[in-house]
Design a binder for this molecule. Sequence first.
Ligand SMILES: Nc1ncnc2c1ncn2[C@@H]1O[C@H](COP(=O)(O)OP(=O)(O)OP(=O)(O)O)[C@@H](O)[C@H]1O
Ligand SMILES: O=P(O)(O)OC[C@H]1O[C@H](OP(=O)(O)OP(=O)(O)O)[C@H](O)[C@@H]1O
Ligand SMILES: [Mg+2]
Length: 281
Amino acid sequence: MLRIAVPNKGALSQGATDMLTEAGYRQRRSSRDLQCMDADNGVEFFYLRPGDIATYVASGDLDLGITGRDLAVNSGAQVEEVLALGFGRSTFRYAARPGTVDSIAGLDGKRIATSYPGVVQRDLDRHGVTTAIVELAGAVENAIALGVADAIADVVETGTTLKQAGLAVFGDAIMHSEAVLVRKTGNGQPAAVEQLLRRLRGVLVARSYVMLAYDVRAELLEAAVELTPGIESPTVSPLHREGWVAVQSMTERADLHRVMDALYEIGARGILASNIDACRL
Ligand SMILES: Nc1ncnc2c1ncn2[C@@H]1O[C@H](COP(=O)(O)OP(=O)(O)OP(=O)(O)O)[C@@H](O)[C@H]1O
Ligand SMILES: O=P(O)(O)OC[C@H]1O[C@H](OP(=O)(O)OP(=O)(O)O)[C@H](O)[C@@H]1O
Ligand SMILES: [Mg+2]
């Protein structure tokens, strides 16, 4: 039985549950459930605070966990990333009132408020700056106005919260984060993990690709296939209509409309795009 930690609430919870459900796993019925057994797939899920997940995985009590890259770094736990999951993206940044602190060197001797002291200390050390860290559970954007700190370091997603607090970012991004699957550092990959990984990769591909199908005159096939090389190689089948072929190819969703327009322009017709519900590559 594989034991996997999943965020029980917060910014990563819904994304993690959605991804596991799409990958064919059973998920808890109520947001109050702390465990969920999926006997058919040989997996048991444990719903934990996202910031605690790396600690459980590093201890060896759980085999794998879904958490944020920033949260895993912050915990200092000995875990390594197995797979980046493509949701829960954020950037971690320094910010202060414009005209006060505007560089990382300028943080020397100052006070910085954050909910991620591990991430911040690591970055300050890298810059050789000595700053007092004020650890807060949340709403750190208030810390400057309330006189608790001179600067903050926090998750920025859209930037709305910073703007409303009258703060501006400075320095390079401290880190870029997204949800990741982690395991204990140095742990090998049991066969049961391989199946989970194949399924999760299948979800990532199904989300980022569409299946493109079109008809094209045989003499234009090479030009068309150049636009739609697919992942392995496109499928080409003869059409009943003399001199024409049908092509099927997986195409990146982000590129879809550019590729469809280009196919039309070279003479392809009946160009259809459909979602992929699931796949194994
Ligand atoms: N807008 C966001 N706010 C907070 N965290 C976010 C956001 N977008 C992505 N994340 C990521 O989600 C993870 C933090 O999730 P977590 O559940 O701890 O925070 P939260 O949703 O703010 O909950 P809480 O405030 O109760 O701690 C981090 O990996 C962070 O990078
Ligand atoms: O750039 P934005 O899109 O505005 O998002 C970033 C904000 O969202 C999070 O706060 P959250 O709502 O989780 O409250 P918290 O500070 O209490 O954790 C985070 O701590 C930032 O404050
Ligand atoms: Mg928060």
